[in-house]
Design a protein. Structure first.
Length: 323
């Protein structure tokens, strides 16, 4: 599955130019990125607009690399290959100004770890390959070499009616596989999470190698941003294997709390680093000491404790690893 990369359409150029100016003001976000460049008329080297934004106008923290790519764009999520709505819950299309989005109701769930609540999940698959391995047997991947490894995943969400403050959480889950009581080792994943301020742990790193046994590490939130009802927020998880130290994998969560221009729906791209975690081989997160450095066939956007959620522009893609 590969991305069809094109320059953003002309109807969005004005908004993208504004987004580029904002991005340049936040240059430290890019300083560790090996940005692709093109020659300007005066001989200076400047990033190409097409290299900095995807077709939805969303800023890319790191350039795309050869490998699996997925971007929903304007397609119907219920009819798009490589994208799955858990339990095939029916979604409803919506639009505000120039912003198209989808509304996803939650379903009632008895959690495998105990208790009941409301949940919804969106899955992106790197390929149609069948999962063959688990965290105990992985070959650098769980299904095939096309699995998502060094990756950037993005989504814009708006949650409605917090039904369970103790469980209310958005989880961006990566590098994993299927979740089943029959094959618990297949889960093999890690995640970064965001919760409302009432939760008590607004930012966490999670590891679930055996389903449904989670380790959570509370992280320091680097800003006052929080998850609120009826308010759009952008979430972007970036994860890569350290090129200079094979015992480390770096994970970062970026948020955009003012994500869209009201009239056009063009992303503002006010991304700010919110939390980060370095997974290190042999360092315990609770029950696990295994470094999760393999590729996974599935990346999951999971929302717990809300009546329903709106979502827009989900994407997952392989990235060039920062130097």
């Amino acid at each position: 599955m590969t991305a069809n990369v094109k320059k953003p359409d002309t109807g969005r150029r004005t908004g993208l130019a504004a987004s580029l100016r904002l991005m340049l003001l936040a240059l430290p976000v890019w300083m560790t990125s090996p940005l692709p460049v093109q020659a300007a008329g005066n001989g200076a080297q400047v990033p190409s607009i097409a290299d900095l934004f995807d077709e939805d106008g969303v800023q890319m923290m790191y350039p795309s690399a050869a490998g699996s790519q997925f971007r929903l764009g304007a397609r119907d999520p219920a009819q798009t290959a490589g994208f799955e709505i858990e339990r095939h819950t029916a979604v409803r299309a919506g639009k505000e100004g120039g912003l198209p989005f989808w509304n996803l109701p939650s379903f009632a769930l008895n959690y495998a770890s105990g208790g009941a609540g409301l949940s919804s999940r969106l899955h992106v698959y790197a390929s149609a390959a069948r999962q063959r391995y688990s965290w105990k047997t992985q070959h650098g991947f769980l299904a095939s070499p096309a699995d998502f490894t060094n990756q950037e995943m993005t989504i814009y969400l708006r949650v409605h009616q917090i039904s369970d403050p103790a469980r209310a959480q958005i989880s961006l889950k990566i590098r994993g596989g299927r979740h089943s009581d029959k094959t618990p080792d297949a889960a093999s994943c890690v995640m970064l999470t965001l919760s409302p301020s009432a939760h008590g742990s607004v930012a966490r790193f999670g590891k679930e190698l055996q389903h449904p046994l989670y380790d959570y590490v509370k992280l320091r939130a680097l800003s006052q941003a929080t998850l609120r009802e009826n308010v759009w927020i952008g979430l972007k998880l970036v994860s890569w294997n350290d090129l200079h130290d094979a015992t480390r994998v770096l994970h970062r969560l970026y948020l955009d709390t003012d994500p869209f221009q009201a009239d056009s729906g063009v992303p503002n791209n006010n991304w700010q680093l919110y939390s980060e975690y370095t997974d290190i081989a042999g360092v315990s997160t609770g029950r696990y000491r295994t470094l999760v450095n393999w590729g996974g066939n599935v990346a999951t956007f999971r929302m717990d404790g809300f009546h329903d959620v709106d979502f827009a522009y989900p994407s997952v893609r392989e990235i060039v690893v920062p130097q």
